[in-house]
Design a protein around this ligand. Structure first.
Ligand SMILES: CC(C)(COP(=O)(O)OP(=O)(O)OC[C@H]1O[C@@H](n2cnc3c(N)ncnc32)[C@H](O)[C@@H]1OP(=O)(O)O)[C@@H](O)C(=O)NCCC(=O)NCCS
Length: 184
């Protein structure tokens, strides 16, 4: 599938390449980043190279895409965001995102995910965007609330992460919700 490059505010969201392995290792070796994610923190750079291949395979399978979030001024890779489980017959996909802790609370992901949501409705013809969030992940819940997502309920023991079953809150944003809130 075509993987977009999106310039928004001070950010450039772009496809991940082999040269991003060190940046992705910095991100996904941080326990604060992976705490509520369904991956263990990386221990070596090989895992970063493997996840780039995984993202590329996902793109080739038309299942979605993951973009690197970079600072336009310096080119620094500070996070990632993207869609997965793109279900074309039902016009829906899941959204995901992560950011280096030193950049939390500055509005970066509000900008990045906001742009990704616009792209999903405008270019992927999505009708529904879903997000699954650990109930303890306050930052992620607040981010989704700020972007107009609705909390639909709690899925019990929905994922097996780091040796335990964890609940997940399910959030959604419908095209109609988005059209009500924003003028593109
Ligand atoms: C979730 C995450 C992407 C938020 O990114 P961010 O750029 O810091 O978010 P923003 O600055 O745009 O702020 C969005 C909201 O989150 C809140 N927030 C940000 N960091 C927070 C923190 N550490 N604790 C509590 N709330 C926080 C902000 O206050 C804001 O809410 P508000 O408008 O109600 O005040 C980031 O915390 C992160 O990468 N976490 C680790 C990875 C992860 O959990 N990904 C999501 C898996 S579902």
């Amino acid at each position: 599938m075509h993987v977009p490059e999106i310039t928004v505010g001070e950010l450039i969201l772009r496809p991940l390449k082999e040269k991003d392995a060190a940046g992705l290792f910095r991100l996904f070796s941080n326990d604060q980043v992976t705490r509520y994610m369904d991956i263990d923190s990386f221990r070596n750079i090989t895992e970063a190279m493997q996840i780039i291949t995984h993202f590329q395979e996902r793109q080739e399978a038309d299942d979605g895409f993951r973009l690197g979030i970079t600072l336009a001024a310096s080119g620094e890779l500070v996070g990632t965001c993207g869609y997965h489980k793109w279900n074309k017959p039902h016009y829906k996909a899941e959204i995901g995102y992560d950011l280096l802790p030193e950049y939390w609370g500055k509005g970066i992901m509000t900008v990045a995910v906001g742009a990704l949501v616009d792209y999903g409705f405008q270019e992927m013809a999505l009708h529904r965007i879903e997000a699954f969030v650990d109930p303890l992940n306050t930052a992620s819940s607040r981010l989704l609330g700020r972007l107009g997502f609705n909390r639909e309920g709690l899925l019990r023991d929905a994922f097996f992460e780091k040796g335990v079953f964890v609940d997940a809150e399910i959030y959604s944003l419908l095209r109609a919700d988005h059209e009500r809130e924003y003028i593109w």
